[in-house]
Write a protein that binds this ligand. Structure first.
Ligand code: MN
Length: 726
């Protein structure tokens, strides 16, 4: 177990300005909290957070991260609370501890590759601060180092599997090779001890065969040649890990025989210029193996890795892999993001003295870049431009399957992501065991349980809050199908009406394929849908059926037609065509009685099955009841500049003072403004005031506004407004 002063010394070695007091307090607090708790190894539990803190010092982490390592299991496993930690160690440490605690609660269940990938993303998404992930990786590393103490083989296997599928790739993604390799090697030993054993045996054999001596001679020769060129280099030969050898054997389905299969040589020189210089020497002395040269200095790997790689037929005709890099590149290769962290940190402290937020933010961004760019091609397809990783949330099915969704996704999106039928039949959802509204936005780690009913169909309402393309498409498709049905019924009703007016019976047998083709429809159904949707005129269909009724061509008229019976219901039965654009020709027309639209108002049409179109003002409250059926809405507008000779009813809600003559004043004001009262109803009568509803014939909305303005200027009239609904 590391002693307290040892820990401090280790941190001070790379960060002389560390907060010694805080680390000491975290040490004592964690020790006290874990008390007599024991690990499976029989050691005091506290040895674990302490070792994790030790691993963090190898990554040269800052004070907050070290304290987080010391405290990382206190909230989960002891009586400590987050509030207490915040009070004792501040917001930063509390936030980090909270992050690690949350990560520890997620459990990996399936070995499916896609699931594993989503799981890695979930962990990254939940590690809002890169230090959270680093503590988690250090935690996992120490747990792996002590894995053999766990008595149950199944538990050891599960942890090893999770390590190899989740944590080792995570360590690799952020470039921490050292941790990645150790995690893999321990997990490999647990999951496939025979394979590891046989590779070890083979390695031992090759060494006994004189492999070690060969390696020594190769290093010696390389060293000599390079220093002859005036370059100081540190050269070592490194055995590849057992797991990486095994993976390579599996991938290429080969056994390893060659030294080059197990050894990699590394040349470390002082700067980039010397890297290329050393490469030139190697390439000048030994034949190169074609296709093996890689320049990761001018073109670094997505995780930031830089180095020169080449394979040559080297000393004593051994095929060898050589990596050339600077000490800085080497540290980055070993520590990845963590190396950057410590460099940038000291840099930032030196110049700015404390812009921690910006620095962390940049680190987070860089991590995100790494994650984004190492995705496989199929992931790129799956995650479209709008659904990039940082815009995702990860949720679980009740079975523990992980579903990745774009941020803002709701239980409906979730249901459709699982299965189209599940989405279609959704009636409710439970998130983490609680029933929630279907438009609730899901967050990372939510477990979602969808309730279904076979008789349920998608609600057009859902389209307003779903965010995934799949859910949108399914809902729209359903709405479109519904709409086709509506159009069909509407078209039929419209055609029936025209025929009836003209004294004919409706007979579908008249609409054979040949007849329908005149309207570019394939059958009667398409013809009727065409009429219902306004693409085909029902009157034209009638004329084609009974050409003798077609009137002689007159002067061209506007495309706005109102059928005769409806005209009667309009104002005063005047016969001028309605100056409204966007209507379906031949369709019946009503003005809504709730809002009494006037020329000049912004208006919308609502298709009422079997009744034609009702026109409302755009702000009419009644429209809310049609929100669920967008397919019934028509975009219409008054023809501009069209002077309507007709009168329209405008409805006013008025409050007047209950004084003698006030009613007379009211009618005078309206009359002087050119309005004609057609109806007046007192809706409420109190001692001082009367509320009433007045219908006035006006030309258009401006006319009504003028009347309202005149009324407002009259002292007896307390309030006047246009009616917006019944
Ligand atoms: Mn732990």
């Amino acid at each position: 177990m590391i002693r307290q002063y040892e820990l401090i010394d280790r941190i001070k070695a790379y960060d002389p300005d560390m907060d010694e007091d805080m680390v000491n307090r975290a040490y004592v607090y964690a020790m006290k909290m874990h008390g007599a708790q024991k690990r499976a190894s029989g050691d005091l539990y506290f040895s674990h957070p302490l070792e994790v803190a030790g691993i963090m010092t190898e990554m040269k982490m800052d004070t907050a991260a070290i304290c987080t390592a010391l405290l990382h299991d206190t909230v989960e496993d002891t009586l400590a609370t987050l509030d207490e930690i915040r009070a004792l160690f501040g917001d930063e440490v509390a936030r980090l501890v909270d992050g690690v605690t949350k990560l520890s609660k997620i459990e990996f269940q399936s070995a499916q590759e896609k699931q594993a990938e989503n799981f890695r993303k979930l962990i990254l998404a939940m590690s809002e601060d890169i230090r959270v992930l680093l503590v988690k990786l250090a935690d996992r590393l120490h747990n792996m180092r002590t894995l053999h103490y766990i008595p149950k083989p199944e538990k050891r296997k599960r942890i090893a599997m999770e390590t190899i599928e989740i944590y080792a790739p995570l360590a690799e993604r952020i470039g921490i090779h050292k941790i990645k390799e150790e995690l893999e090697d321990i997990a490999f030993g647990e999951l496939n001890p025979e394979a590891r054993e046989s590779i070890q045996t083979r390695l031992n054999f090759l060494r006994a065969e004189g492999g070690e001596a060969v390696v020594g001679r190769i290093i010696g020769e390389l060293q000599k040649k390079i220093s002859e060129a005036g370059i100081t280099a540190e050269i070592n030969g490194r055995e590849k890990t057992r797991y990486s050898i095994w993976k390579k054997m599996q991938r290429k389905n080969i056994s390893f025989e060659q030294l080059s299969d197990i050894m990699a040589f590394r040349i470390i020189v002082k700067d980039i210029a010397e890297c290329y210089h050393a490469l030139g020497i190697i390439h000048g002395l030994y034949p190169t193996v074609p296709g093996r040269f890689k320049d990761y200095i001018s073109l670094p790997k997505p995780n930031g890795y830089r180095s020169l790689h080449t394979t040559v037929i080297g000393p004593e005709n051994h095929r060898i892999e050589v990596q050339i890099r600077t000490p800085e590149m080497h540290e980055e290769a070993e520590l990845g993001v963590a190396a950057h962290w410590s460099y940038k940190q000291t840099g930032a402290v030196a110049q700015a003295g404390g812009k921690t937020d910006g620095r962390q933010y940049r680190w987070l961004r860089e991590l995100m870049d790494i994650v984004e760019h190492t995705g496989k091609p199929e992931e790129f397809l799956e995650n479209t431009k709008l659904e990039l990783f940082q815009d995702q949330v990860f949720c679980f099915t009740p079975n523990g399957d992980l579903i990745a969704l774009p941020r803002g996704a709701t239980p409906i999106d979730f249901a459709y992501a699982v299965h189209s039928t599940l989405g279609d039949q959704t009636v409710g959802a439970k998130v983490n065991g609680r029933i929630i509204p279907l438009n609730t936005q899901l967050v990372n780690g939510d477990q979602v349980d969808i309730t279904t009913s076979k008789s349920q169909t998608p609600s057009p309402n859902w389209e307003r809050f779903v965010v995934t393309g799949k859910a949108k498409a399914r809902i729209r498709r359903f709405v479109r199908q519904q709409q086709q049905k509506e159009y069909l019924n509407l078209g039929k009703a419209m055609l029936q009406k025209v025929l009836k007016q003209e004294g004919y019976d409706y007979n579908e047998r008249n609409f054979g394929a040949d007849f329908c083709r005149q309207f570019k429809a394939n059958n009667a159904e398409e013809l009727l849908v065409g009429i219902g949707s306004g693409h085909i005129s029902s009157r034209e269909v009638f004329y084609r059926l009974h050409p003798e009724h077609r009137p002689a061509p007159a002067q061209p008229t506007l495309q706005t037609i109102v059928t005769t019976p409806e005209k009667k219901t309009l104002q005063k039965g005047k016969s001028a065509p309605m100056p409204i654009k966007g209507l379906i020709p031949g369709m019946a027309l009503h003005f809504a009685r709730c809002c009494h639209p006037l020329p000049g108002d912004r208006i919308v049409g609502i298709v009422m099955s079997g009744k034609g179109v009702t026109i409302h003002t755009i702000d009419c409250e009644t429209l809310e009841s049609f929100a669920d059926t967008p397919e019934r809405w028509l975009d219409i507008a008054w023809e501009e500049g069209e002077d309507s000779p007709e009168s329209h009813i405008g409805r006013l809600i008025v409050t007047i003072a209950n004084t003698p003559g006030s009613l007379g004043t009211l009618s005078t004001v309206i009359g002087k403004s050119g309005g004609n009262i057609t109806n007046l109803k007192i809706t409420n009568r109190s001692l001082d005031f009367w509320d009433m509803m007045i219908d006035v014939y006006v030309r258009d909305s401006k006319h009504l506004s003028d009347i309202i303005a005149a009324m407002r200027a009259t002292p007896e009239i307390t309030a006047v407004n246009r009616a917006r609904s019944r």
